[in-house]
Design a protein around this ligand. Sequence first.
Ligand SMILES: Nc1nc2c(ncn2[C@@H]2O[C@H](COP(=O)(O)OP(=O)(O)OP(=O)(O)O)[C@@H](O)[C@H]2O)c(=O)[nH]1
Ligand SMILES: [Mg+2]
Length: 480
Amino acid sequence: MSSESLPTFVVVGHVNKGKSSVVATLLEDPSIPIDLVPGTTTEAAAYDFKIDGKSIFRLIDTPGFQEAEATLEQLKMRSQNAGDHQNAIRDFIKQFDGSGRFHDEVELLRPLLQVGPVGLLYVVDASRPYRATHEAEMEILRWLGRPGMALMNRIGPEDHAESWRPVLQQFFSVVRDFNAHEANMEARLGLLATFGELHVDWKEPLKTAMDSFAARAKQRVSASASALAQFLVEAWSHVETMNYTPGSADSGANLEGDKLSSRYEKHLRKLEADARRTVEAVYGFAPLDHLEQNFNLTPEDLFDQEGWRFFGLTQTQLTARAAAAGGVVGGSLELITGGLSFGAGVALGSAVGAAGVWFGSHRVAKHWTPKHTRFAKLFPGQHGHMRAFGPIANDAFAYVLLDRALVHLRVVQHRAHARQGPLNLDDTAGFRVGDMAAAQRKVVDRTLHACQSAGKQKQNPGAELVENLASCLQAFAQGS
Ligand SMILES: Nc1nc2c(ncn2[C@@H]2O[C@H](COP(=O)(O)OP(=O)(O)OP(=O)(O)O)[C@@H](O)[C@H]2O)c(=O)[nH]1
Ligand SMILES: [Mg+2]
């Protein structure tokens, strides 16, 4: 498509009302400069949406109106009647271009004079009341005679749309609500469809663009689900091992156990952080900061048992699972107390679990030492000089990791690309493992148990397991 016939939309409006935010969100491009300081955009800049290197449509971001009333005065001085409005604008640009006067108005008007059809998007902040000074802006835009629409953005919490609407309708045939920081996929595609209505030749290319955005969304869910499945299978099967010299100063069981469990925790945290980065990159974001007050209870403490309450399973479900997992929990109690027989440990573990004292960090995973009768079988060739921690010994903790991953994916998935600041992970309703269909839960359970046995046997859980879990997570994430 030649650049003359490329559907082109110039985004204009008062300074600091969200013009660049509209461009960033529509094009899913977080690199476009956005700032609370007025006058961030100083030059007109064209951004093309491309498929396989071919431009499909173009948005032109512009500086905001700074002196609309004075500009309109200048234009009126150059015009006799409606027949010469565009010439008056041309004269205005010619006179002030490069002079330092009316810099922003010259920059924003120039792209609207280009040859061929050009659409105009007038962005207002409907969280602030309409003021008569905006009328000069709309009057100038009317002089251009371009097909256009008004977008009511909301920067603040108030809503003054009703003071804006009757005025906007006098100048624009289409007036739409569009919140640049909240717009979901449906709102974005809806707006692109409206763009397609502005000119007879634009419908088809805009439809192509919409299909491409929808396909990209699907592909992103699929790539994220694969990354999460890979992470979970690794985390659920991970076993941290440590060699030690018997009789050395720090070979006491507790000291070494602490060292080993903290290495295990560190490894799981790193796996989680890497998976988050991957998902953020899949969605086109540079690594994001995370706001997670509820998500991590003590700062960034994935291993704080209080935090588990927040995730997936209800307290009753957790307690039931704790009872079921008690046998394994008992196994590690034996180590901690030292003197208990395995049988007594199992009994105590079940009792502790059922009582709702869920899982202390020592019980996240089993701590194996050569004292365990199964040690030699699990770690053949190791004779008393190695300890191991893992794999995850209780399902609830495994589910905590899954929930955290799902919540993160959902928040990234719905984040508008204009959005500034950290990712808020505390807004998490309706996207946890507890919301999965029974069949999906079954896949998750099966995968978890396969990972646990693979981990215990020091085997690789296998690509098929990862793929099955990925398909399950993809179906869940797409359905939400
Ligand atoms: N909460 C919220 N803030 C927004 C929204 N749109 C824009 N903002 C904020 O408003 C400020 C200005 O946004 P920009 O997109 O840079 O506005 P602009 O019209 O391009 O500004 P200039 O280039 O300076 O004319 C930034 O701090 C944005 O984060 C929105 O929909 N919701
Ligand atoms: Mg801007």
